[in-house]
Design a protein around this ligand. Structure first.
Ligand code: ADP
Ligand code: ZN
Ligand code: ZN
Length: 750
């Protein structure tokens, strides 16, 4: 019997991150499993704490009076636990701890939920009560009365007559009072469903209507035949926006479900729109479940419980949906796989793509990645044969790729135009306003870190050692975030002598103001972090624009995703440079992705679109390749740069991040780490210590140390050495009191 359990206490304290032995009371012995969440008395005061069982055993060498007893075994629902998957979850957590460096407690918390589920949730559903004929008449009435919300909901129900209540409320943004009113009038009925429905009877027009193109079919067949052959492959679909990737994902998932297996579909939160979710509902009905980051821990536990019990086949969600405890996982799909949101920025700093691969390998499932602008990592692996590469090169809804022009902002300045809009963009904008067509103006605010560039010749002040731009800090000094190089700010351009050299700063709000003055007749919507703080406002602004309620949409990179705007025939990218010199080695890649995706927003409808890219660096390769929509060209050139400087994916990079309220301690410890790494391997490629890009947050001083190596395992060894050294310092009573984190192949600067 399982008389003793090894338990990791769920506590954010490194020193206690080791298994503690507890006695399992006899009554619990039949139920406990590896992965079980339990409550145990802990410490001198016997405070009740949550803990995870990681192993069970018969014997214990400790004296019996030293061993405490498990106090409580909450009911099911800690994710993978309580079934044969518990061991899997612990193995996965252990792999994450090793590979990314974190405590076992944090890794377990990521993989298992720390809550038990609440009462089983009833799913509410909205059903149309009218016949098609009656519905058409009712729709006319709503249109006449300008009851926009009712009209919108009715239209949607006329295509899919039964829809989940939460989807209508949260994603279609129909208020509860409108739903009540329509129910009161007998147009719809709201029902609580406890039992689950068969997706086939879910209703709506036949979802299987779309015949796949030859290209799409080849991908679906390829992935499924790999799967049937028992190969746990990773496939990358490189397909422009609108080329039918989502349709391919759905077909693959259907194929997997036909084989009795389950699917995890990762979509960045920002792209989880009503339209996208509806497409999945139409195929999978109540057998699909949606996760989002606003779910509470216990709501998440509910979802996982449903998955564990086999009540759903497909889960859609962001990063954390990866850990949905399906027994028979068949496929993990990652859409927009290049998105930075797939990297977890808290410990363990894992990348969803890599964890997906690991899970797939352990469970013999397959992985499908898709993007219009694949990450360099994935494309590199596809080229080397590690991933299977598929391409989709045509838009299936017609619509041609837009015409892209670059305007040189240096030239504009020379001609005396100090406006944020180039003359060319002004001319096109005036033309679109006259024709009643829509325009998107896109400002990438990512680069607000304040790189310094010359407005006359475009020169950017860079670090002499690192090939990244220097950032202007508040104290007026220019700093390199990679090696710590520092110099005073410049007064004149070192290349051309022009005094017009400064940190670039501009915001969406200023642009909105500017447009209102300049084009008083035009209606402008703005979409950025400030206008979308209220829940649902993001979708609402985008829906309003899609409904042609405004002429111009001004926004940050948020506008790039998810929505289709057939009325847009002009996209202006106001400052392509702003993301180019964000002070990290991925800046060009991000710029290329943003420019390509933003350009893809134009000309989705009948009328061909135009794109204007404004820049101080028209010759920059990321700008050039984006203008030509040439992914391959960009990939080759960018890989050359990464290879030359040993940046990922040409090599791997470990970033050791140190934080302390005491600057000297952080600096001293990073120096010791450096010595340690060099002593182990005199050829180690160690850079720093340097100030982090955010030098101080909440009175914590931040330092970074980089190690590069082609061999990932060597970096893991560095991490292990650092961890062991820290533990040693604590043991001899010289705790440096510095918080240390590890980030492998960092995606965003610390
Ligand atoms: P992506 O995910 O690559 O952006 P989607 O799958 O959303 O592409 O497809 C873009 C548009 O093309 C959608 O409106 C979709 O309904 C349509 N579409 C996709 N596949 C087909 C097909 N085989 N036949 C007709 N239309 C298709
Ligand atoms: Zn200059
Ligand atoms: Zn440097």
């Amino acid at each position: 019997m399982n008389r003793y359990a090894e338990i990791i206490i769920d506590i954010a304290y490194n020193k206690l991150d080791r298994p503690f032995t507890y006695r399992v009371p006899e009554r619990m012995q039949p139920q406990v499993q590896p992965g079980s969440l339990v409550l145990v008395p802990f410490g001198k005061s016997n405070t009740m704490r949550k803990g995870y069982i990681i192993a069970l055993k018969e014997e214990c060498s400790l004296p019996p009076d030293k061993v405490k007893e498990i106090a409580e075994l909450p009911v099911t629902g800690s994710g993978y636990s309580e079934d044969e998957n518990g061991a899997f979850a612990i193995a996965l957590a252990a792999w994450m701890k090793d590979r990314y460096g974190s405590t076992m407690a944090a890794a377990l918390r990521t993989v298992l939920t720390s809550q038990k589920p609440g009462k089983p949730v009833k799913t509410r559903e909205i059903e149309l009560k009218l016949s098609p004929e009656e519905a058409r008449r009712q729709l006319e009435i709503y249109v006449q009365k300008h009851q926009v919300a009712r009209e919108r909901l009715l239209r949607e129900l006329m295509t899919v007559p039964r829809q989940p209540y939460s989807l209508v409320l949260n994603k279609l943004h129909i208020t509860a009072s409108v739903i009540r009113a329509m129910a009161g009038a007998g147009v719809i009925e709201v029902r609580e469903e406890e039992s689950l429905r068969n997706p086939v009877s879910f209703g709506g027009e036949d979802p299987g209507g779309k015949e796949l193109s030859a290209g799409q079919k080849a991908i679906v067949d390829g992935v499924l035949s790999d799967y049937d052959a028992g190969r746990s492959t990773v496939s990358l679909i490189h397909g422009i926006t609108g080329s039918g990737k989502t349709e391919v994902y759905i077909s693959i998932i259907r194929g997997i479900c036909d084989r009795g297996k389950k699917a995890i579909m990762l979509i960045p939160e920002i792209a989880l729109t009503y339209q996208t979710l509806m497409r999945f509902y139409r195929y999978f009905g109540e057998r699909v479940s949606v996760m989002n980051s606003s779910l509470s821990e216990s709501e998440k536990a509910d979802q996982w419980e449903r998955a564990r019990r086999g009540e759903i086949d497909v889960i859609i969600g962001p990063r954390s949906a990866l850990f949905t405890p399906f027994q028979d996982l068949g496929v993990i799909v990652i859409d927009e796989e290049h998105e930075t949101s797939y990297k977890n920025e808290a410990m363990p700093k894992y990348h969803a793509r890599e964890v997906a691969q690991q899970i797939a390998m352990m469970k013999n499932a397959c992985v499908v990645l898709g993007s219009a602008t694949p990450s360099l990592e994935s494309y590199h692996r596809a080229c080397s044969g590690e991933y299977r590469l598929y391409r989709l090169t045509e838009r299936l809804t017609g619509g041609t790729l837009p015409q892209v022009e670059i305007t040189d902002l240096r030239e504009e300045l020379r001609q005396g135009n100090r406006s944020i809009l180039s003359l060319r963009l002004q001319a096109l904008l005036t033309d679109r306003l006259a024709k009643g067509e829509q325009t998107i103006l896109f400002l990438n605010r990512r680069g607000m870190a304040g790189f310094v560039s010359c407005r006359s010749c475009g020169t950017v002040i860079k670090c002499p050692h690192c090939e990244v731009s220097l950032s202007l800090h508040k104290n007026g000094r220019l700093v390199c975030h990679y090696c710590g190089y520092e110099r005073p700010n410049v007064r004149a351009c070192p290349a051309c002598g022009s005094p017009y050299i400064s940190a670039l700063r501009a915001g969406t709000e200023q642009i909105e103001e500017h447009l209102k003055i300049r084009y008083p007749g035009a209606s402008v919507l703005r979409l950025d972090a400030d206008t979308t703080t209220r829940k649902g406002s993001y979708d609402r602004i985008l829906s309003a624009f899609a409904n042609r309620e405004a002429d111009i949409l001004v926004g940050t990179q948020m506008i790039v995703k998810g929505h289709d705007f057939p009325g847009v025939t002009l996209v202006g990218i106001l400052l392509a440079d702003m993301s180019l010199y964000a002070g990290d080695y991925r800046a060009s890649e991000r710029t290329f992705q943003l420019l390509t995706q933003a350009a893809g927003r134009a000309g989705r409808g009948e009328v061909p679109g135009s794109v204007v890219i404004q820049t101080y660096q028209p010759e920059n390769y990321a700008v050039q390749y984006a203008a030509r929509q040439d992914y391959e060209g960009f990939f080759r050139e960018e890989m050359n740069y990464r290879s030359l400087l040993l940046y990922p994916p040409a090599a791997h990079m470990l970033c050791v991040q140190l934080q302390s309220p005491d600057e000297d301690r952080a600096l001293a410890l990073s120096g010791q780490f450096r010595e340690l790494f060099m002593r182990d391997d005199p050829d180690a490629f160690v850079i720093g210590p340097a100030q982090a890009s955010l030098t101080r947050i909440r009175d914590q001083f931040r330092y970074v140390l980089y190690v590069k190596n082609e061999n990932y395992d060597k970096l893991v060894r560095c991490k292990d050495r650092a961890e062991a050294f820290l533990a040693y310092l604590v043991r001899i009573g010289r705790d440096p009191q510095v918080q240390v984190q590890f980030d492998f192949d960092p995606v965003t600067p610390f």
